[in-house]
Design a protein around this ligand. Structure first.
Ligand SMILES: Cc1cc2nc3c(=O)[nH]c(=O)nc-3n(C[C@H](O)[C@H](O)[C@H](O)COP(=O)(O)O)c2cc1C
Length: 285
């Protein structure tokens, strides 16, 4: 990416109105290249992605790809599928968010869609194979309102939970004492601004000596176990959200020169807490 990650993350917002202009050829090629490289997630799931884009010569390219009126005029969609695997939805979220941030860097607006998209029409384009799932897609294009001010859109912290509600020290609910997050404070801030389905922000990170343990805090009536989940074919989106947070975390850590790797610990690293689901650990090195 050409700019500091913090600038790109602050620029990104869920854009739901686009100009009719098709993607420039250079932007299109760049995104296609990024998506072609997105083949294996950090937790080992095979995924594949494609760019569906309108072009001046093919006005029909996006025909039938509906968003139930939630998004107007998208000139492209990023679509993909994840193979089977214990952490396949997290891997999908991670890889797709990497493409979202690249698209943002190219000046494109984007909007993740996990509920409001015509699933079967999109599936016809990417053709999920046996064992593959298509958890969400991303609408993209040039934002309609050039005057749209992302800083204003993100003004105040009212649209995100506070750091103290999301990031803890040693045990759930214990905020990181001032200064303890140290060089990670900036990284956690970039996780805080990650997009999430219905802005639920289900990620909870617990820092211990040399490790960050990522947990999911599920909300009643949403995701696995909920009625909505049982009645619709909506994916377990909080897990996709967690993968998005992993993406922000790792890119920010690497940019800051802090190395580490992902590990799926066999047993829960901390005393289990009924309100949290352990997902993955970042081992600092
Ligand atoms: C996995 C996922 C699924 C989402 N699904 C939808 C959707 O179906 N329809 C929609 O309008 N927005 C959807 N969103 C966008 C969120 O509502 C949005 O990211 C959140 O409210 C935070 O706002 P922001 O992206 O502008 O920072 C989704 C976001 C994520 C991460």
């Amino acid at each position: 990416m050409n700019r500091p990650l913090a600038d790109i993350i602050r620029q990104r917002y869920s854009c739901r109105a686009y100009r009719a202009t098709p993607l420039e050829a250079g932007a299109r090629r760049h995104l296609e290249d990024i998506l072609a490289e997105n083949t294996v997630g950090p937790l080992g799931t095979r995924c594949r992605f494609a760019l569906l884009a309108a072009s001046p010569h093919d006005a029909q390219a996006l025909r039938g790809l509906g968003t139930y009126g939630f998004v107007k005029g998208a000139t492209a969609f990023l679509v993909g599928v994840a193979g089977s695997g214990r952490r396949n939805l997290e891997d999908y979220g991670y890889l797709m968010e990497r493409a979202v941030l690249e698209a943002t860097d190219l000046g494109l607006g984007t909007c993740w869609l996990g509920g409001t998209f015509s699933r079967s029409r999109f599936a016809q384009r990417i053709r999920p194979g046996v064992g593959e799932v298509m958890p969400a897609v991303v609408a993209a294009g040039y934002p309609l309102e050039r005057a749209h001010d992302p800083i204003r859109a993100h003004a105040g912290s009212s649209r995100r939970l506070s750091a103290g509600e999301l990031f803890w020290s040693e045990r759930p609910g214990v905020p990181l004492p001032p200064g303890v997050a140290g060089s990670y404070a900036h990284i956690l801030e970039l996780v805080r601004w990650a997009p999430s389905a219905s802005n639920k922000q289900p990620w909870r990170l617990i820092g211990t000596e040399g490790a960050w343990h990522f947990h999911l805090k599920r909300q009643k009536g949403y995701g696995k176990g909920s009625l909505l989940f049982a009645l619709t074919r909506i994916a377990d989106l909080p897990r996709v959200d967690l993968g998005i947070a992993m993406c922000h975390f790792e890119l920010a850590a690497r940019e800051a020169g802090l190395s580490g790797r992902w590990a799926l610990l066999n047993s829960e690293p901390l005393t289990p807490d009924a309100s949290l689901e352990y997902t993955v650990t970042w081992l600092c090195s």
